[in-house]
Design a protein around this ligand. Structure first.
Ligand code: ADP
Ligand code: MG
Length: 291
């Protein structure tokens, strides 16, 4: 039988916009001493804006934007939204879905558009070469996430997007420390330069960048093997393996991917960061009452 305090705790949490799946979590949550936070869509809004376009010789800004948008139209990633929106704003035709599209979690998207192979994503997706490296550096130095565009395997342009930090992100980090969390980490598939800039603004000093979905998982299992109880907070398909293995997986419910919500132990109904210390604090108090 489930203790009354536990049922009351879960009911209380649901009223506060925190959906808890199953009772055993509360006891685990009460032990959490490390919290790992995804960057894009978790610490940041995941509503980035397109700030700059770099085109290689022989290509116009509009051509770069148009190819990128036609591929991104088939990706569900938050970074795709401003690319498609900017193209439509400029009057460039963007069909709803490309002919053939494959998302590469943590890397980008590859689509077939007018019989050309169009790849949009990070350097690991399109491959290093001098123009691409230089474009990515230039954009990252300005605090922008670089999206490189390759046509049939040749990089022809780059887009720089910027995301804004969610309200309450800095306070979240402070409150987690206040309720006894010893380490707060940022995990991201984005590059180190961009990640460091965001981390500084919210007061996080442990940053792991350029992570693939399985690398995020490995960071969590590493911390667990050091004896920590770890909560992971994420919004994306790329966070699902880490959410699954964490002692407590927390999904940004409203804006995030359904896969993240399914995998997590807790879903935040509104993507409000202040619900996280609230839920962990509630778990500590509920378990305190049960003892
Ligand atoms: P995070 O871990 O911060 O949530 P992701 O793992 O979703 O970020 O993405 C990591 C990186 O992969 C992005 O910063 C971007 O460089 C690239 N990327 C992923 N999806 C896309 C996409 N649809 N278009 C362009 N780039 C992408
Ligand atoms: Mg994310």
């Amino acid at each position: 039988s489930v203790p009354v305090a536990l049922v009351a705790g879960i009911g209380r949490a649901a009223r506060d916009g925190v959906l808890i799946k199953g009772g055993e979590f509360l006891e685990t949550a009460a032990r959490i001493d490390v919290v790992a936070l995804d960057k894009t869509g978790t610490i940041t809004r995941g509503e980035p804006e397109l700030i700059s376009i770099l085109a290689r010789d022989g290509f116009s800004d509009d051509e770069v934007l148009s190819w990128a948008a036609r591929a991104e139209a088939g990706s569900g990633h938050p970074l795709a939204v401003p690319v498609v929106a900017a193209a439509r704003d400029r009057g460039l035709a963007v069909p709803a879905v490309p002919d053939d599209v494959r998302t590469v979690p943590g890397h980008g998207v590859v689509a077939t558009v007018d019989s050309r192979e169009v790849a949009v994503g990070n350097l690991a997706l399109v491959g290093h070469e001098p123009w691409a490296d230089q474009a990515a550096d230039e954009l990252s130095a300005a605090g922008l996430t670089p999206l490189l565009l390759a046509l049939d395997g040749t990089v022809v342009g780059a887009l720089g997007v910027a995301d804004t930090i969610r309200d309450g992100a800095r306070e979240l980090v402070e409150e987690l420390r206040a309720i006894g969390v010893k380490r707060v980490l940022m995990l991201t598939g984005d590059n180190q330069q961009v990640a460091d800039a965001i981390a500084r603004q919210v007061g996080i000093d442990e940053v792991r960048a350029s992570l693939l979905p399985d690398d995020k998982l490995a960071v969590i299992t590493d911390l667990q093997s050091q004896g920590h109880s770890v909560a992971m907070v994420g919004d994306g398909v790329n966070d699902a393996p880490a959410l699954a293995v964490a002692d407590v997986g927390i999904a940004m419910g409203a804006a995030g991917s359904p896969v993240a919500v399914e995998t997590a132990d807790i879903a935040l109904m509104a993507s409000r960061l202040d619900r996280i210390p609230h839920a962990l604090g509630l778990a500590k108090r509920t378990v305190g009452v049960m003892r």
